[in-house]
Design a protein around this ligand. Sequence first.
Ligand SMILES: Nc1ncnc2c1ncn2[C@@H]1O[C@H](COP(=O)(O)OP(=O)(O)OP(=O)(O)O)[C@@H](O)[C@H]1O
Ligand SMILES: [Mg+2]
Length: 558
Amino acid sequence: MALAALLVSSGSLLALPKALGYFIDTLAATDRQASLQSAFFLLLTVIGLYAAAVALRMYLLSWLGERLVADVRRRVFRHLLRLPLAFFDTHPTGDLLSRLTSDAALLETLVGIVLPIGLRSLIQLVGALFLMAWLDWRLTAVFVAVVPLLLVIAVFFGRQVRRTAVAAREEEARLVMRIESSLNALSTVKSFAAESSEAGQFDRNSEISFVSAERLMRAKSLLVFVLFTLSLSLAATMLYAGGLLVLERQTSWSVVAQFVMYAAFAAFGCAGLSEIFGEIRKTAGAAERLLAILQQPPESSRQLQPLPVRPGPGAVRFAQVNFAYPGRPQQSVLEDFSLELRPGETLALVGPSGSGKTTILRLLLRLYDPQAGAIFLDGVDLRDMDPQELRRQIAVVSQEPFIFSGTARDNIRYGAAAATEGQIVEAARRAQADEFISRLPTGYDTPLGDKGQQLSTGQRQRLAIARALLRQTRLLILDEATSALDSENEMLLRQTFAQQRKNRTLLIVAHRLATVQTADRVVVLDHGRIQGEGPHARLLETCPRYARLIALEFEPPS
Ligand SMILES: Nc1ncnc2c1ncn2[C@@H]1O[C@H](COP(=O)(O)OP(=O)(O)OP(=O)(O)O)[C@@H](O)[C@H]1O
Ligand SMILES: [Mg+2]
């Protein structure tokens, strides 16, 4: 249908000069009003047909283009969500953002611009040339001889414009990133009184962007100058040649007028085609960048048919695991790391900052795969399970919990949409979050702002704990989940976790003595290696590393 509209619009455009010629001829040949009128109506009909076809074509092709963009975006985004975290360690977010926005939008030009302009230009060029030759072959010969030369010149200047346009776009993207990073860090910027240095950096970027934009404007103006001069001189030349023929009584003014219009169409056709080649190259580049994402293998099970995850008691085993982050492959984080968690056990992981505690938890969630060794949940290698199924078995409160911009309720039932109101409130109550949530302006329906900005850090932590408690999983992981809480709230939460111990395996990263003391077993980690393990009391005697850690953390310096 879009194609039909395209053909009609191109065809009626070609008929326009014909109708005009008929109009002039009628005017010259007859003085009868009736025929003048019919010529006038013919002209109006062609105009109406053309306008309607153009509008219809524009709508249909834009629809097709937008549909394409939306579908591609949806597919790429879905795929992106399923890629392993390792991919994002090595691909900056800004780059992915621009692929999903500008590159995807460029695909619309394929349908919305390349297809219609290409086809129209081709029809225009061929049709106009044919009609020109039919009108007067001598003028056509002049035209065909001159046009290629003009085309070469125009293409040369067009290239110039395209090159400067790419540079200008890149500078603009950099400017946007600058704004984003400054605004994101605004409280830090202000705290360090660094406004003028941020502004200075922005000025420099903005100036660079201005210069490249100016370069683009200059190239564009030059192109316009060249195009106007060339095309109008061509038209003048055609008029002159036509005039000579008229003077020699070889042809009529009506023919010359039609001819000049067709010549203009043919020239536009040529220009359109040369434009299209540039567009095709640009779109191909964008499509390639999107395909590169789609070709990345998503997270999956090693098995073609993932082993079914059966509810088990929650036993965990790390077996000789070696791990380095993909973004920093030469720095080993865990070396020959082995650890066993018995079902129902509560294990505390302690160690200095950067020793690899969070990394161990990430491996258990299979956010990363170890380079050597294996990890088992109830005897099944994590790599043989479906990653989503695995993560449904584990509830986690991460060290820096992410609060989404929705309401308190949305955040608690995140990932558990089926939870009832009663379950949500119960989870909040156990997480010591019910009280402060109830005091928010609209309780559980209160929006919490971007990243939960409108909560205190300790409130954010309790919300994240409620979110984890809502999921009845065999394994509960807490990564310094109460680090920002006061002693009283912390004590209350410890009681909650003590209740959880009955039917769950608990893996806790904590530094507070009270938490560590009550754990069944403590593992001391340093530089990705286990320095000692056992119950708190025994470790204090047998592991000097642990004794020193405890002494420094918990006892006031004398
Ligand atoms: N995404 C990452 N890419 C590369 N290296 C990382 C990444 N995340 C962490 N690391 C490095 O891995 C090491 C262990 O980090 P990890 O977060 O496991 O430490 P941690 O014991 O949890 O420390 P903390 O007590 O400060 O939370 C650190 O040296 C850190 O720099
Ligand atoms: Mg950590």
